[in-house]
Design a protein around this ligand. Sequence first.
Ligand code: SF4
Length: 209
Amino acid sequence: MSLEEDIEREVAAATLQAMSGGNEPERLNELLVLLERTAQSLLDRHQREAPPATPLHCKEGCTPCCYTKHILLTPPEALLLLGMIETCGFRFAVTLAARSTRPGCPLLDHLGQCRFYAHRPLMCRAFHSLDVEACKKGVGEEGMDVPIWPPHFEIYTHIQTGLARGMMEKGLAVPQLDLRKVLGMEAPTRLLWEQWLRGENPFELARME
Ligand code: SF4
């Protein structure tokens, strides 16, 4: 079995486990923290065995890829992020920003920094570049053409796929969601959690096209 299949299978199993025994939001939050640690240790291993030709330029505060038009995320990522935004008192402001024509992610603050960097979706973690100048040139373009280090992108996408597989095995709706549309939703997060955990799909309007 390949490493990719291993990641997806193990993440799917961990997701199913997190979804049994109640208090799903808290347990899924813990799972995402654990998955980030797992991704980092896999990346460290790849770095030791076959490092990229040049170092990754990505770090907190570097935001050209935050002008990408569509960021894909899964329902649990969406719900946990919305919950954090709500807890911090930014839900209304973020909803307005998501519905505006302002370019860039609605989570960028007035200084152009990600307000929820520690809670960003897996796809934001997957994005990376070996050339920051190429990122700056490609700002806002569909499918930015930047040199990447494949293991970095693949590890996060396999984690996201494993997460989705676990949800599907649990019988939950797992539409592919668009970050901007998710952030533009108005329903309280608690209600969205309840509907989604009942097997409904409260995200119809936030689907990725
Ligand atoms: S969530 Fe944060 S890191 Fe992701 S696109 Fe939005 S501002 Fe950028």
